[in-house]
Design a protein around this ligand. Structure first.
Ligand SMILES: Cc1ncc(COP(=O)(O)O)c(C=O)c1O
Length: 365
């Protein structure tokens, strides 16, 4: 069996070549400027803004802080409708910003917020919607933005998984009032830890700049803020990975195609449906395992593959606030019980995909 270093595993972090890192580190050492918006940070912010087509972008220390600061800047202090099938950061950030998350169910095929359910969850206390783009795809942004517009609601997209994703050819960050990206090492583009807010206008961006730096604005101490700064070394990692992100996405597209070819007709395995309007980034390859059709549940499937040196992962194995929500959102509960992300990265060969698919087996009968 392969060592952990060589094993096929989900969310293996991309790392820049060490020889490319050294010159950048030497420059940072020579300047003696390691944090607080140094030149590498500023260059990354500029280049990301251009790459993502997001003119008003602010780097942050994590995706969670990006969500939290965006929620504060959008004034989300009432009820905010969101999905229970997400990483806890979505809900934590809303609560830390003073919002009250209100959940509704997801679409059973895309696993993302169901627009019809959003409509029924809107009350007189609703101030916003916080949909989550999952697994390198996108939630139905056109429909959500139009519901929000009709009801006068603010929309904060959790775009932690959606680096570079497009909808009808437009950058995904064009939609809603703000999008929060995560640059955690598990993401297709990362700075080890990091994130960014893409926001609709320069004034709100200036507010985020102040909030991420203790509330210190151009005129001094403006308001309550926090420390959500990204440092120079993290920004350097980001710049180096940005140089190769399009190669990575293209390589993953091939891996995705190999998986789809091999798994298309597997009994009990459901693939994410194609989203013709969405330009995916292939960050994840999720499948759903139907125990009755496949012969093994998701947990047992992941464990059995791990025994063979293939590290898939249940994503997300529990709902946010599972006890409070039990029995209320059947599609989300089913997604939590059945969804597995298979290993995907740009170094995987067709033979690697074959191996994963061969190990993805029901119980021997
Ligand atoms: C859907 C989702 N939202 C938010 C986050 C939080 O991002 P970070 O880990 O950068 O704080 C994550 C991280 O995994 C995520 O998967």
């Amino acid at each position: 069996m392969d060592s952990w270093e060589k094993a096929l595993r989900v969310c293996r972090p991309q790392l820049p070549a060490l020889e490319k890192l050294w010159p950048g580190l030497e420059d940072i050492w020579a300047r003696g400027w390691v944090s607080n918006f140094g030149p590498v940070h500023e260059e990354l912010e500029r280049r990301l803004s251009a790459r993502l087509g997001a003119p008003h972008l602010a780097l942050t220390s994590t995706g969670t802080s990006a969500l939290q600061l965006a929620a504060i800047a959008l004034g989300l202090t009432g009820e905010v409708i969101t999905t229970p099938f997400t990483f806890p950061a979505t809900v934590n950030a809303l609560r830390l910003a003073g919002a009250t998350p209100v959940f509704c169910d997801i679409e059973p095929d895309t696993l993302m917020l169901d627009v019809a359910q959003i409509e029924t969850a809107i009350s007189g206390r609703t101030c916003g919607i916080a949909p989550v783009h999952l697994f390198g795809g996108a939630v139905r942004v056109d429909a959500i933005d139009s519901v929000a517009h009709r009801h006068g609601l603010r929309v904060l997209y959790d775009a932690a998984h959606a680096f570079g994703v497009t909808f009808q050819g437009r950058p995904i960050t064009d939609f809603g009032h703000a999008s929060a990206l995560s640059f955690h090492a598990t993401k297709i583009f990362h700075t080890i830890e990091g994130g960014a807010v893409a926001i609709g206008d320069p004034v709100t961006r200036a507010r985020i700049l102040s909030l991420r730096n203790h509330g210190i604005g151009p005129d001094g101490f403006d308001e309550l803020g926090t420390n959500a700064k990204l440092n120079e070394i993290q920004a350097l990692i980001g710049l180096l990975l940005l140089d190769v992100i399009d190669i990575e996405i293209a390589a993953r597209r091939e891996v995705d195609a190999h998986y789809r070819e091999r798994l298309a007709d597997r009994p009990g395995i459901r693939l994410m449906p194609p989203q013709p309007e969405v330009g995916r980034n292939y960050a994840f390859f999720p499948i759903q395992v139907d125990e009755s059709g496949f012969g093994r549940d998701a947990t047992a499937t992941v464990a059995q593959m791990a025994d063979q040196g293939i590290h898939a992962r249940q994503y997300f194995p529990y709902l946010c606030r599972p006890e409070a929500l039990k029995g209320r959102f059947p599609a989300a509960e089913r997604a939590a019980a059945t969804t597995i992300c298979l290993p995907i990265d740009g170094t995987m060969t067709e033979a690697d995909v074959e191996r994963v698919c061969n190990e993805l087996q029901p119980l021997a009968r």
